[in-house]
Design a protein around this ligand. Structure first.
Ligand SMILES: [Zn+2]
Length: 206
């Protein structure tokens, strides 16, 4: 659930870090539904909802709220912001009256983040796909960008959604970037790249 603390704003769970129980904004079910709607709207099907998205992925907040209210009458702008502001993964970004997803797009947009500055990045793969990645490099399958992790822990966490026993690949990001491969720092945990050529990959030895 999402609640609001008078002093610290929106939070997820029973109580704010300060101990206040706060007031209820969204139930678990509402959080789930609106969360899925916002993710779909900003990452996958803005056109189906009539949302005009610019080349960097931005959509007008009020237009998004209108589309949301058409489907969920009980929703409103405050509930939208309760989801955005309490999202610990930093999935969304708001600037003025515009909003966008920071990563996870399948729509064809060009994100304009600063270049990554971390020399080594990580990608978790399944046992079955490792050999082909080492031979052909990593390309996005359904998504616009390949999503790399800035730490071993995060890469493992992401990979475990799809496979029980991931193999971690180390990406020599510094060298790749020196050679002209662009890597975009989306959040402190996620770096986006159009394609990682195989020469910058190696299996992490444990
Ligand atoms: Zn508080």
């Amino acid at each position: 659930m999402i609640k609001k603390c008078e002093n610290h704003g929106f939070f997820r769970g029973e109580a704010c870090a300060c101990g206040e129980v706060g007031s209820l904004i969204l139930s678990d079910e509402q959080t789930e539904r609106l969360g899925r709607f916002i993710s779909g709207a900003l990452r996958h099907f803005p056109d189906d909802l009539g949302l005009a998205m610019n080349q960097h992925g931005w959509v007008d907040v009020d237009v998004l709220v209108d589309a949301m209210r058409t489907r969920y009458k009980w929703s409103n702008k405050e509930k939208l912001f309760s989801i955005i502001e309490s999202d610990v993964k930093g999935r969304y970004e708001v600037k003025g009256n515009k909003i966008r997803a920071r990563y996870g797009h399948s729509v064809d947009i060009d994100l304009d983040y600063p270049e990554n500055t971390i020399p080594e990045l990580y990608y978790g793969a399944s046992r079955e796909e490792v050999d082909i990645l080492l031979e052909k490099g990593i390309r996005p399958i359904k998504q616009r960008y390949v999503h790399l992790s800035t730490s071993v822990e995060k890469a493992t966490e992401v990979a475990k959604i799809h496979t029980d026993d991931p193999v971690l690949l180390v990406i020599n990001a510094g060298e790749a970037q020196n050679d002209g491969v662009s890597m975009l720092a989306a959040t402190e945990n996620i770096v986006l790249c159009e394609e990682i050529p195989a020469q910058y990959l190696r299996v992490m030895q444990d």
